[in-house]
Design a protein around this ligand. Structure first.
Ligand code: KIV
Ligand code: ZN
Length: 514
């Protein structure tokens, strides 16, 4: 069986999509989970794009030992030097260089001739090779490129030292048959192709990203670039979970395997969904809530008699627990710590102590504490915002049908002062957000607001996700509570805190540069 390398770009192509902005500790948590999942390569960001990306890529490279960590770089010396500084501490540093090769991109975006593109690509690879032993070259918009020109670029960059050649379907335009043919063409027309590994990278604009990636694997790609839950630019990237489970279930056909620990799939999907706020549709293959639910009577009858009648993937394969009701109000600290460890989180005594208090408070109100509840508590306490500039102390809302709603809030401010404020609104959430805005003292635009129940049941935790624009920055925030209004307030405050963390970090960096 051929081994297919999984190149995860959740933290780069995934994170660069609209409305997603993970903070530093969230990126670290995703990277650690990708390591547990067993991906081969983590694309941790684009080091030269911002100071925040540089810091995240650097810390991920310095921390992760069981995966190769890479970063995206334009084909110029400055980007390559910056990427080296970020990646050099990694277990196996590698660089991901890109330059567009399609007529549309060369003419309108790059304003370069094909000869100039070829020269720039070769120079960049040569320069990168002085620092990195593994250099990947991506011919951006390869699928709309002229094939003989693409083949020429591929040959020259391999001669210059590129060890991985990526053929991105940047705009999600290609069909599986055509994509496979491009790989075959390159194998037949690039004399030194055997010296490099072939990689595919597909976007989902026409809903074919996974099918295209699998077609590339069939035609010789041994690296597949993908993201958890398929998040990414526009319609997203190829979904890691779908590709890897397809390769596993249909290994009779593909004759290929990955090094993934598939049982970590569900947990990784949940983590990425909770942290990014991108909800997984219930009917999503492999990780959707209904992916293993049999609704029709005929199907249920069949599954009860013999599972394989209607089930080709067992939920256990991807780590979906058959029964995740685990703890309750009589559970002690020991059971709590054990369950956290089973979920893959080894926490310090202080973290356990803090979380255990929140757990007990929740268990007093909610009979059954599920794994999802535990994870919500964990993300809320540990990852929400490293610095709590503003913190909610108390919230009171008065709502009467057909009357103006009033909210009264007590909150600590960045100077440690406790302030009390009240405001009205046409509904409860508006009244709360008006009050918070008054305390914060400047305009906060609410761009998105979403609410969902964490589990079934009337006592389920509410999870609110917001996107705001504040201080000319867009930021997202999450809040979890048993009460939807408290969760709404927490999400808003979390987003404001995250903006202030970003602002503080930007200022620190600017002072350092001065
Ligand atoms: O879609 C794309 O072309 C990319 C490249 C930078 C690989 O993300
Ligand atoms: Zn992409």
């Amino acid at each position: 069986m051929r081994k297919i390398n999984i190149f995860d770009t959740t933290l780069r192509d995934g994170e660069q999509s609209a409305g997603i902005n993970l903070n530093h500790s969230e990126k670290m948590e995703v990277a650690r989970q990708l390591e547990r999942l067993g991906v081969d390569i983590i694309e941790a960001g684009f080091p030269a794009s911002s100071k925040g990306d540089f810091r995240a890529v650097q810390e991920i490279a310095n921390t992760i030992r069981n995966c190769s960590v890479t970063g995206l770089s334009r084909s110029n010396m400055k980007d390559i030097d910056t990427s080296w500084d970020a990646l050099k501490g990694g277990a196996e540093p590698r660089l991901h260089l890109f330059l567009a090769t399609s007529p549309i991109h060369m003419t309108y975006k790059l304003k370069m001739t094909p000869e100039q593109v070829l020269e720039a690509a070769v120079e960049a690879v040569k320069y990168a090779k002085k620092k990195f032993s593994i250099v990947q070259f991506s011919a951006e918009d390869a699928t709309r490129s002229d094939l003989p020109f693409l083949a020429k670029v591929v040959k020259e960059v391999i001669d210059a030292g590129a060890t991985v050649i990526n053929i991105p379907d940047t705009v999600g335009y290609i069909t599986p048959k055509e994509y496979g043919q491009i790989f075959t063409y390159l194998k037949d027309n690039v004399p030194n192709i055997g010296q490099a590994q072939l990689s595919c990278h597909c976007h989902d604009d026409l809903g074919m990203a996974v099918a295209n990636s699998l077609a590339a694997i069939e035609h010789g790609a041994s690296q597949v670039e993908c993201t958890i839950n398929g998040i990414g630019e526009r319609a997203g990237n190829a979904a890691l979970e779908e590709i890897s489970v397809a390769l596993h279930i249909r290994n009779d056909f593909y004759q290929a395997k990955t090094g993934l620990n598939l049982q970590q799939i569900k947990k990784t999907s949940t983590l990425v969904s909770k942290l990014t706020g991108v909800v997984v549709p219930p009917n999503k293959a492999v990780v959707g809530k209904n992916a293993f639910a049999h609704e029709s009577g005929i199907h249920q009858d069949g599954v009860l008699k013999e599972k394989t009648t209607y089930e080709i993937i067992s939920p256990e394969l991807v780590g979906v627990p058959s029964n995740d009701m685990v703890l309750g109000k009589h559970s002690g600290r020991h059971a709590f710590r054990n369950r956290m460890e089973e979920l893959g989180y080894t926490l310090t005594t202080e973290e356990i102590n803090n979380l255990f208090v929140s757990f007990k408070e929740l268990a007093d109100k909610k009979k059954e504490i599920t794994d999802d509840d535990l994870l919500s508590l964990l993300y809320e306490e540990k990852l929400g915002s490293a610095v709590k500039f503003y913190e909610l102390k108390s919230l009171q809302v008065q709502y009467v049908t057909h009357q103006v709603t009033t909210s009264t809030i007590s909150m600590t401010t960045p100077d440690g002062e406790e302030v009390h404020e009240a405001c009205t609104g046409s509904g409860s959430v508006e009244a709360i957000y008006n009050t918070l805005e008054r305390i914060i003292g400047s305009k906060v635009h609410l761009e998105d607001y979403r609410i969902q129940a964490n589990t079934g049941g009337r006592d389920a935790l509410a999870e609110v996700f917001v996107k705001i624009n504040f201080n000319e920055m867009t930021s997202s925030g999450r809040g979890t509570a048993q009460d939807v209004l408290e969760a709404s307030a927490k999400a808003y405050i979390n987003a404001v805190n995250r903006t202030l963390v970003q602002k503080q970090y930007k200022e620190e960096m600017e002072n350092l540069v001065r």
